[in-house]
Design a protein around this ligand. Structure first.
Ligand code: NI
Length: 186
């Protein structure tokens, strides 16, 4: 296993749609997953998509802390997201969106408010290539949308309704007396 370098905004790999994985059990995919799982905690993030490590394939690795589900009011085991999603597909379950601050390992130091669907259904393959599916809401739904956007060449600033709200996390924290922005990197 290896800790991988993270691509930053401006690199072309982050702008293009990633290729689907044909065989999840292929050695290069298994190595990619292992390396991404090692890289994620090292980078201090909660989610990582393969294009962020310069690999244009539809693979996402997640490590969302349990207390984030609890803070959203859904701590049931079904609410937990899998650690690995291959070829994920998201389907909004309602038109309702919520705005919250996001941050990204590929856009270091910055944060901004992003509208996201509050409830989504998801399907994917697990690390062994078996079909998995579930529903996510709140923070978990947000993380999934952020990561899956990476697979389509979209970074969160492109989802902001007002790019004037993009700022350095330190400055935004200072200016927001009423609420701390959610700034876990994903
Ligand atoms: Ni990101």
């Amino acid at each position: 296993m290896a800790v991988l370098r993270i691509a930053r905004m401006g690199h072309p790999v982050l702008k293009k749609a990633a290729q689907p994985v044909a065989d999840a059990t292929a050695p290069e995919i298994q190595r990619l997953i292992a390396d991404m799982r090692e890289t994620l905690p090292e980078a201090g993030g909660i989610g990582l998509a393969a294009p962020q490590v310069f690999v244009s394939r539809r693979v996402v690795v997640l490590d969302v802390p349990d207390d984030r589900y609890e803070s959203e009011g859904d701590a049931s085991p079904e609410a937990s997201l899998p650690g690995v999603l291959i070829n994920p597909v998201l389907t909004p379950m309602s038109e309702e969106r919520a705005v919250a601050y996001e941050a990204c390992l590929s856009v270091p130091g910055l944060t901004g408010p992003v509208p996201r669907f509050t409830r989504i259904g998801w399907t994917a393959l697990d690390a062994r290539g078996r079909p998995i599916s579930g529903e996510a809401q709140g923070f978990a739904a947000r993380v999934l949308q952020h990561e899956c956007d990476h697979l389509d060449g979209i970074l969160y600033p492109m989802r902001m309704t007002d790019v004037a709200e993009l700022g350095f996390t330190e400055e935004v924290r200072r200016s927001l007396s009423h609420a701390e922005p959610e700034t876990e990197d994903a």
